[in-house]
Ligand binder design. Structure first.
Ligand SMILES: Nc1nc2c(ncn2[C@@H]2O[C@H](COP(=O)(O)OP(=O)(O)OP(=O)(O)O)[C@@H](O)[C@H]2O)c(=O)[nH]1
Ligand SMILES: [Mg+2]
Length: 284
């Protein structure tokens, strides 16, 4: 399976983001804490090179906490302002306004010296389904932006004003024209940032199972009551999951497609456990 997904609306959004940039003080990149490297869009380093930036690792509630801490340390070591948050519960979100103001502290000081008072304008960017709109809703305390558990929910830009002098620009999630590294593409698919309809669900589930067998064997075995997962292929484990869940069709065959859908949904909802797909030793 060679995964690629860069539909036309992403090209359009990329152009609109570039056009909007001159009126923006800070760019806030929302990534997914379960894949802190793969969920960073490499195009952003070029697009936003001249802007103060803050990185938010969202969905920290679904990620392995020890690995999230290691990633925070790693990014801070690279000179990044980084926060890990949960947009749904609001945990960590209270630090965002201060982090944005700190990123434009010089500009705010100059404005103050000139007697100018104006809002801090933040553009929220990131891959599809990272939780950008959910984060905006949490920051403004109401459901201003449309959200949903599939990629491509936000289709146009939308400004939202907060009471504390901050203005937020919600943007549609974008990927990049070519995934050079298929591991990144698989991680994006596992976390639901690539449209499911373009993928082979069973193959995707087999890749996820191979990763879980190696990195989180106990959580996987506990969730599906699996006896022995050592030296088993992803497809064999998928069959076991289907058999144990009773997904058997006429003739005694196991419905592996149903098992694959269940596995992906349960992984995405955090039911297998708090799992991170990559460690910070990777060069990004
Ligand atoms: N567990 C968990 N789920 C979250 C979190 N933030 C967002 N979600 C869920 O993730 C899904 C995607 O959220 P959205 O806010 O629509 O994501 P988006 O980045 O705006 O997506 P696009 O508009 O498609 O680019 C929704 O089902 C949210 O409820 C979080 O911190 N933790
Ligand atoms: Mg959105």
């Amino acid at each position: 399976m060679n995964l690629q997904w860069y539909p036309g609306h992403m090209t359009k959004t990329r152009r609109q983001i570039a056009e909007e940039l001159k009126g923006i003080d800070v760019v806030m990149e929302v990534t997914d804490a379960r894949a802190p490297a793969s969920s960073r869009n490499p195009d952003f380093d070029v697009l936003f090179a001249a802007k103060p930036r803050v990185m938010v690792m969202n969905k920290a509630d679904l990620a392995d906490p020890a690995v999230t801490a290691a990633w925070e340390k790693w990014y801070i070591g690279q000179g990044w302002g980084v926060l890990s948050v949960n947009a749904l519960s609001g945990s960590g979100v209270e630090k965002i306004a201060d982090a944005a103001r700190a990123a434009v502290a010089d500009k705010l000081r100059r404005d103050k010296a000139r007697g100018v008072s104006r809002p801090v304008r933040i553009m929220i960017v990131g891959i599809p389904n990272a939780g950008k709109s959910s984060l905006i809703n949490r920051l403004c305390g109401r459901a201003s932006a449309k959200t949903g558990d599939k990629p491509g929910v936000t289709r146009g830009k939308q400004w939202i004003k907060l009471k504390n002098g901050i203005e937020l620009l919600d943007t549609p999630g974008i990927l990049w024209p070519k995934f050079e590294n298929q591991r990144d593409a698989l991680n994006l698919a596992f976390i639901g940032s690539i449209k499911d309809e373009i993928m082979d669900t069973e193959e995707l589930a087999c890749h996820l199972l191979e990763f879980l067998c190696q990195a989180y064997p106990k959580q996987l075995a506990d969730r599906y009551k699996l006896d022995d997962i050592s030296n088993r292929s992803g497809f064999e484990v998928l069959q076991d999951v289907g058999r144990i869940r009773g997904f058997v069709v006429s003739g005694g065959e196991i419905d592996t497609l149903r098992a694959a859908n269940i596995l992906l949904n349960e992984f995405r909802a955090g039911r297998i456990g708090r799992i991170t797909l990559e460690q910070p030793c990777k060069t990004v």
